[in-house]
Design a protein around this ligand. Structure first.
Ligand code: ATP
Length: 492
């Protein structure tokens, strides 16, 4: 508003001077040069940004009820925030105010969402930024932005009549990494120092009470000064959701979507072990897009099923394989699938030879339960499933191919895990101090043992393998049920 009035006034003066016979050209030139310089400085970050661009109004409606599967994190966060809500009690007891809360955890688990809900819970103005916005090659700019950020938060709160303001800094490790470690460390250090200064200056009795909430998935990279009591002295862990958590989150993201009667949210949750909240949001969205592509008015279970593939592996590719390659991919995937059924019946969910993301084809397993601890048998079974692709190629086509390189890498990783967990014949050892030769021998022993087991099994089910490959070449995709049917028919 002030800008507009100034502009109007300036133009009116110029017009008046022009009409009075003054030469206004030098004035116009000076004004244009001034405006130009301001914008160049602004785009280069020399003039502090307005952090209110993402304004508080956008976040007003988010509450803790919109965050699924994070009951523990919400409880811990609420406990900390109650310090702010019960401000008078805190003050009367002389308790130092809570200045910072650090949310830590993997990407997409809802840290930003929690911060927005926290702002609503404490009735605070919310100003958000990210660590990367402070990094500039010009010395002093980052520090100036930190000052501006805190100032904006206070001003915003006053403007909308609130006593509390929340500054949210995402990816704080970029701005708050250990000092003296980056190449342009002086600038980084100044920025971090300024943040520490601002946090130290937060008072209980200021007109606006400020709380800093920061998020990171690399807490190990943070400068210890940030974690010192009196700064970010509360840490709240935001973990990947477990199965019940995933059910919650899927429910939240399908609230506004028409679901067909066959949709089982529990079944979707079971298929999505390891998915974050962001993955699940994307899954619900992709399922709806698939239903729309088929001009349907409801989303069915099969849309969710396909959306899992899309979120896990990426978009289907139009790439067409030549027939010999397609056959190799079919044999490879059928090998994985048969071995998977052998080690755990009913474990194959789908099998396809449609290229998607980086993969030419893939076999998807349905996890039975979320599993966090593994026995040696379990890990050996995993190795067997990984090796079965290449061994099926060898058995049916007479040779292996480069398509198995990734499988070997994973299988070796699992064999190393067996050693690390003290489950190999070496017993409990420190793998780092093991002689290379010995380590190599143990890993090779584990892999070769499984190779022999897989070879024996695939020879026994060679006919079923051929049957599955035939269906795959014809239909490109096979469900777990169909695969088990073929297997049963061949065994009978
Ligand atoms: P990053 O570390 O990458 O910044 P983040 O942990 O801050 O990620 P958000 O930005 O909060 O994650 O989540 C991204 C989106 O994913 C949200 O807008 C929301 O749609 C969805 N989402 C993530 N976690 C949850 C959750 N626990 N409940 C509901 N939705 C979630």
């Amino acid at each position: 508003m002030v800008k507009e009035i100034g502009l109007g006034l300036g133009l009116a003066i110029l017009a008046y001077l022009g009409m009075s016979g003054y030469d206004v050209m030098p004035l116009i030139f000076l004004a244009a040069a001034g405006v130009g310089l301001f914008y160049i400085a602004r785009t280069r970050g020399l003039v502090a940004k307005n952090f209110n661009d993402r304004g508080p109004s956008l976040f007003q409606n988010i509450t803790f009820a919109d965050v699924g599967g994070q009951a523990t994190a919400i409880k811990e966060l609420q406990e900390a925030l109650d310090f702010i809500r019960n401000f008078n009690k805190i003050k009367s007891l002389g308790i130092r105010p809570l200045k910072g809360i650090l949310l830590t955890g993997p990407p997409g688990t809802g840290k930003t969402l929690l911060a927005k809900a926290a702002a609503g819970y404490t009735d605070a103005a919310f100003v958000a930024t990210s660590g990367s916005e402070f990094i500039e090659m010009y010395a002093g700019v980052g520090a100036q932005r930190v000052r501006k950020l805190f100032q904006t938060a206070r001003e915003t709160a006053l403007k909308i009549g609130k006593n509390n303001a929340m500054v949210f800094i995402d990816e704080i490790e970029i701005l708050g990494g250990k000092r003296g470690q980056t190449t342009s460390h002086l600038e980084y250090d100044q920025t971090l120092n300024q943040l520490l200064v601002e946090m130290d200056g937060l008072k209980v009795d200021g007109r606006v009470r400020l709380l800093v909430v920061a998020a990171t998935n690399r807490v190990d990279m943070l400068d210890p000064a940030l974690l010192r009591p009196g700064r970010f002295d509360r840490q709240v862990k935001v973990e990947l959701p477990d199965r019940d958590g995933r059910v919650d989150i899927i429910r939240l993201h399908t609230r506004n979507k028409p679901l067909a009667a066959d949709v089982s949210i529990e079944a979707i949750a079971r298929e999505t072990f390891g998915f974050s909240g962001a993955h699940l949001e994307s899954l619900a969205n992709e399922a709806a897009i698939l239903a729309m592509r088929e001009s349907l008015s409801e989303i069915s279970q099969r849309h969710f099923h396909e959306a899992v593939d899309k979120v896990m592996m990426g978009e289907k590719l139009d790439r067409r394989l030549v027939l010999s390659e397609l056959e190799r991919v079919a044999v490879h995937e059928a090998g994985h699938a048969l071995m998977s059924e052998f080690v755990r019946q009913g474990s194959v969910s789908t099998l396809t030879v449609t290229p998607r993301g980086q993969a030419l084809g893939y076999m998807r397993q349905t996890p039975e339960d979320d599993t966090y601890l593994y026995t040696r048998d379990y890990l050996e079974n995993q190795i067997a499933v990984m090796l079965a692709g290449a061994l099926a190629e060898e058995l049916i086509l007479g040779s292996r191919s480069t398509g198995a390189a990734n499988d070997y890498q994973q299988a070796t990783g699992v064999a190393e895990q067996i050693i690390r967990a003290g489950m190999s014949e070496l017993g409990v050892v420190d793998p780092e101090t093991l002689p290379q030769g010995l380590r190599y021998r143990v890993i090779t022993g584990i892999l070769q043992g499984q190779e022999q087991r897989v070879r024996d099994y695939l020879c026994n089910v060679k006919k079923a393998l051929a049957g599955i490959v035939e269906v795959l070449l014809e239909q490109e995709k096979i469900t777990g049920e169909k695969l088990r049917e073929i297997l049963r028919a061949e065994a009978a």
